[in-house]
Design a protein around this ligand. Sequence first.
Ligand code: 5GP
Length: 143
Amino acid sequence: MSDTIFSKIIRGEIPCHRVYEDDAVLAFLDVNPLSKGHTLVVPKEAVATLDKLSEESAAAIGRVLPKIARAVMSATGATSFNILQNNGADAHQAVFHVHFHVIPKVEGRGLGIGWEPMKADNAELKALREKIAWAAATETQKG
Ligand code: 5GP
């Protein structure tokens, strides 16, 4: 994977407004925030998308995210927030180093969501359930 701007931030080569750091995770303010307090939570492991992340980094991110969400809410006064995590250019990812957005609802600003549900066909749901459950079981066996 090529070096991204987030690897440079993690190495301290580019400045950021850091709000949290431990051995595995760095969190800092987004330079182009959707709302005041918009924070990025980034594993130090440099992989492009969530499906490539090691279990160790995933666990570290999972431990930190609720803390950062609470901190962002307490600092901004927000009582609602979204977690956004984009994977792939088609899914709006611009920086190809895994990251989670913590986006509080502040002053009427925050994440806008285009949510256009389809009608679900029961036979299709059953077929998909089988395929995904089988793939999930295979992933679990891999460890
Ligand atoms: P993505 O679309 O990849 O999920 O979001 C990338 C985010 O990184 C964007 O919200 C963008 O504003 C933010 N970003 C890009 N470059 C920098 C930077 O150099 N510093 C900081 N703090 N945020 C950045």
